[in-house]
Design a protein around this ligand. Structure first.
Ligand code: PEP
Ligand code: MN
Length: 262
């Protein structure tokens, strides 16, 4: 189902008037985690003003340590909904467990995180939903495995899938992960699904988000997912890779300059 040989046309994933895979460029932005009302509203307003088209914010966080901030759960979803009402931006957030689905009515895109890329039961369940899904590539998964995970979702009848390259584990330790930039042209060649890049988790370093974003445009990605925070130094999660509101605004100006020239 994901194979372009049997589906030559590009799949378009639609959220109202926003389309992934139609040649346009979409930027998803927001904090790693929803932390409180002031934070998410402030970030939502700012990223909208800068030109982001979708708001992100984690509520169920898959943290490496059980002692790290785990997210606000249902209350986080409530605050995301509030930010959506406030700005009109559609929202994306990660689902880590199918029992959460009942709280996801107002969520526009379900994110399946890297750590759950091969949680096949979860993939089967989101395959039954009729909501767009953003599927992130696993930390240590091949492109073929990535596509087979998308296949699980499509096999359930849900064809609204956005693939997200977010860096993979390699021998390199100076970056959090290694952005596999070649995944974009390769995925677009063998499949018809839209592909976005998350340079924030790929690099883990704020100063690399802008150059990797430009590289993403150059290789033909359909969009970006970027972590942005109103006060990165105080972020409860992933502060080191988060842009502040001004840095995000500057990046959007550079992106607009490049996408317009395409
Ligand atoms: C995230 O988007 O905040 C996240 C946890 O990403 P990943 O699943 O790629 O690590
Ligand atoms: Mn994060």
């Amino acid at each position: 189902l994901v194979n372009r040989a049997f589906h030559p046309d590009d799949t378009k994933v639609r959220i109202n008037n926003i389309v992934f895979g139609e040649g346009g460029f979409q930027v998803i932005s927001g904090p790693c985690s929803v932390e409180n009302e002031d934070q998410i509203i402030q970030v939502a307003r700012a990223v909208k003003e800068s030109g982001a088209t979708i708001l992100r914010g984690g509520a169920y966080k898959p943290r490496s340590s059980p002692y790290s901030f785990q997210g606000l759960h249902q209350d986080g979803l409530r605050l995301l909904s509030l930010a959506k009402k406030e700005t009109g931006l559609p929202i994306i957030t990660e689902m880590t467990n199918m029992n959460q689905l009942e709280y996801f009515d107002d969520v526009d895109i379900i994110q399946i995180g890297a750590r759950n890329m091969q949680n096949f039961d979860l993939l089967k369940e989101v395959g039954k939903c009729r909501k767009p899904v953003l599927l992130k590539r696993g930390l240590y998964n091949t492109i073929e495995e990535f596509l087979m995970s998308a296949e699980y979702i499509m096999a359930g009848g849900n064809e609204q899938i956005i693939l997200c390259e977010r860096g993979i584990r390699t021998i390199e330790t100076m970056t959090r992960n290694t952005l596999d930039i070649s995944a974009v042209p390769l995925l677009k060649k063998v499949s018809h699904l839209p592909v976005v890049i998350d340079p924030s988790h790929a690099a883990g370093i704020r100063s690399m988000v802008s150059p990797l974003s430009k590289a993403s445009i150059a290789v033909g990605a359909d969009g970006l997912m970027i972590e942005t925070h109103n006060d990165p130094a105080k972020a409860l999660c992933d502060g080191a890779q988060s842009l502040d509101l001004k840095q995000f605004d500057e990046l959007m100006k550079e992106i607009r300059r490049r996408v317009e020239f395409e």
